[in-house]
Write a protein that binds this ligand. Structure first.
Ligand SMILES: C[S@@+](CC[C@H](N)C(=O)[O-])C[C@H]1O[C@@H](n2cnc3c(N)ncnc32)[C@H](O)[C@@H]1O
Length: 671
């Protein structure tokens, strides 16, 4: 399985995927291996404007980054059996992956391409102090890279230098982000949405990169999140960061995004108090409301609704514009109910015809001024406008999320976690539906997981996939400065207290467990899916790779040690994902005379060594006698079986091909 991938990776070139797409959709443009661009132009003629502006984001290593996206991962997926078999996790659809997200995304694509509705990521911002340095484990030589990228050896050596010297330049950061975003795009569903947190250091670069990857026309806007009130820097003290948002394809996501207005409940409560005090003296209530609103700062969401300062029997309202959108819309006289005189009319005429206006006045739905000198207004009630379009400015003190996480875990173990409430707001706004998956592949302390758990506890049928590298906290401590040192130390102590190794994923895992417990305590009758399955990505050792290279498929013995290297659950999990069954599939174990095989839909997996003739005979029997047993793909771990066992199996199964079921069985031996 790894050797096959290593062999395939050796032949990968940049743009191979794009060329495949062209071949699939425009076969007529290819002749004897050459591409006829004039033919393609013919197809597109008059249908699309072709620009030759040459405008693009360029940086050192851009093609190298594309190449990395095209290479398959050589890691395997190790399931955490103990955790995954706990009652709260065993049927869970939520997934936590410990490992590098470049590998994780490549695994995920095999099962989840085009099926993730929402991605939220909060990558390293490359601030100079956030520890971002480019590293990778692809060991190309200058010659190999020059040939793969069709560049000179001098250019190849500059790119490799950038990958090896632990760079934190803009180029290095872009080179890190590009393959991840490319893969992320392919994971999104047609109507999928991606949110990316970033600050001023890479904001401009990230926008250009995203416009290139997702298409400028798929930008859904960006949110400015004012999260701090620091005032301690020269020039401009930055108090905000950004959340960029792109959709996969605007044709499929109409973007009718709404959020609940904040602070509404507080306003209703305050008005209920005024009503109690002033009865139906609406002017006194209005005066009290104006006074009450004064206490709120502009950054408080309540102040956004301070125009709702009137009340009548129906509820709290604001007097909204009643003029017609076009000049001279409807022109007639409206009589003031107290003075009996004709009210001032809007210059562009009334919005409604006279009949409608009369009905509204009779129903008490028009707000009149003291006398006829002010233009009457429409009454817009707060209870009818509880939702608003998702707005671009969010105020939320970043310290609140930190404090809440500290109180949940009993120690300050992570600097600047994002705010789960803010994320819930975004997820709710885009209208997640039953069964939707939210992915975060830079998940840090697990905030996105908590946000989704909170929504699940609120009876939304969603699930999450989180990925987090096994960040070494002892290293973090070594590099930390100032307040970061104490936080890293706390994180290490916290892991010790849990009895787990010093890596950040262990903290996030504990956070998700505690959030589940919290919801369970709040609502013991709740049976929603608040657990999660845990997997770790593991590199193959050089020793095993050498052993795989040496293995002779014609050998009279299998190599059991290559089964032991990974273990059956790891091989099976990695393959189930590769074959499109995901990480939470319900694979069945068939036990034939003590020999275990694994069966999932169209696939039958043979991984264990020592496949006897008796087992093969029983298997044959099952094929012939069990109408519901129809695996069309027999997947075999090539190292486990000897050449003789393999041939015996193939010969026996040939019988089925020609038998009554007339099945087309595909034999897939993986090395
Ligand atoms: C800014 S933090 C995310 C914080 C998170 N939003 C939260 O609220 O806790 C970025 C995280 O990405 C992780 N990371 C960096 N490179 C990664 C990689 N290649 N694969 C997976 N995670 C990575 C870092 O360890 C860090 O924890």
């Amino acid at each position: 399985m790894i050797k096959d991938i290593i062999d395939a990776n050796n032949n990968v070139t940049v743009g191979a995927k794009e060329i495949e797409i062209l071949k699939e959709h425009f076969p007529a443009c290819f002749h004897n291996g050459s591409f006829d661009i004039e033919r393609l132009k013919e197809y597109l003629k008059d249908k699309i404007h072709v620009t030759e502006e040459g405008y693009e984001l360029r940086f050192l290593g851009k093609n190298y980054a594309r190449l990395l996206a095209s290479l398959d991962t050589t890691t395997v997926i190790v399931p955490d059996a103990e955790h995954n078999n706990l009652p709260e996790n065993k049927d869970s659809k939520n997934i936590y992956i410990s490992g590098d997200n470049l590998d994780a995304l490549k695994h995920l694509l095999k099962s989840y391409a085009g099926s993730i509705k929402c991605i939220y990521i909060d990558p390293p911002y490359n601030t100079g102090s956030d520890d971002f340095v480019y590293t990778d484990s692809f060991n190309f030589t200058v010659e190999e890279l020059a040939s793969k990228l069709s560049i000179s050896e001098e250019q190849a050596s500059r790119v490799l230098d950038l990958t090896r010297r632990g760079s934190a330049t803009h180029s290095a950061w872009l080179m890190f982000m590009l393959p991840r975003l490319l893969l992320a795009r392919d994971l999104l569903s047609k109507d999928g949405v991606i949110f990316i947190s970033i600050d001023e250091n890479e904001h401009a670069n990230l926008r250009l990169l995203c416009e290139e990857i997702f298409g400028e026309e798929n930008s859904a806007g960006e949110i400015v999140w004012k999260n701090s009130s620091k005032n301690d820097e020269d020039y401009i003290s930055m108090q905000h960061e950004y959340i960029l948002c792109f959709v996969k394809n605007k044709t499929f996501n109409g973007g009718d995004w709404h959020e609940a207005k904040e602070g509404v409940q507080e306003i209703f409560t305050a008005f209920a108090g005024f009503r109690k005090k002033y009865g139906t003296d609406w002017k006194a209530i209005h005066a009290a409301a104006l006074d009450w609103y004064k206490q709120f700062k502009a950054s408080d969401p309540i102040s956004d609704s301070s125009h709702y300062s009137w009340m009548d029997e129906r509820g709290v309202y604001f007097p909204s514009d009643i003029s017609g959108p076009n000049h001279g819309q409807y022109v007639y006289d409206v009589i003031h109910p107290i003075t009996g005189k004709v009210c001032k009319a809007p210059a562009s005429g009334w919005r409604f015809p006279e009949e409608t206006m009369k009905e509204k006045i009779a129903d008490g739905l028009i707000h009149f001024g003291e006398d006829e000198t002010t233009v009457p207004n429409n009454k817009t009630y707060l209870q009818d406008t509880l939702n608003q379009s998702l707005t671009s400015i969010k105020y939320r003190d970043g310290r609140v999320a930190s404090k809440r996480l500290t109180s949940l875990l009993g120690a300050n173990v992570f600097t600047n976690p994002k705010d789960p409430e803010l994320l819930c707001r975004l997820f709710n706004a885009i209208g997640l539906q039953d069964g939707d998956i939210v992915l975060d592949f830079f998940s840090g302390s697990g905030t996105t997981g908590e946000a989704v758990q909170n929504l699940i506890a609120d009876n939304k049928n969603l699930s999450f996939i989180l990925v987090q590298i096994k960040e070494d906290l002892d290293n973090t401590l070594k590099r930390a400065t100032g307040g970061g040192k104490a936080v890293a130390k706390n994180a290490i102590d916290f892991c010790d207290m849990l009895g787990r190794s010093h890596t950040l994923d262990n903290i996030a895992i504990e956070r998700l467990k505690r959030i589940r417990q919290h919801h369970q305590q709040q609502n013991p009758m709740f049976h929603g899916d608040l657990g999660f399955k845990h997997f770790t990505l593991q590199e193959t050792t050089n020793q095993s790779i050498e052993k795989m290279e040496r293995f002779d498929p014609h050998s009279i013995f299998g190599d059991k040690t290559l089964v032991d290297e990974f273990g059956v659950p790891t091989i099976l999990t990695t393959w189930l994902v590769r074959d499109g069954y995901g990480l939470t599939s319900d694979v069945k174990t068939l036990n034939i005379e003590g020999y275990e095989l694994y069966y999932m839909d169209k696939h039958l997996y043979i991984i264990n060594p020592n496949l006897s003739n008796e087992v093969v005979a029983s298997l044959l029997d099952q094929f012939q006698s069990d109408a519901g047993f129809n695996p069309q793909n027999i997947v075999i771990y090539g190292y486990a079986l000897s050449w003789g066992e393999l041939q015996g199996l193939k010969d026996s199964l040939r019988v089925i091909r020609d038998g009554e079921k007339n099945m087309r069985i595909n034999f897939d031996v993986r090395y």
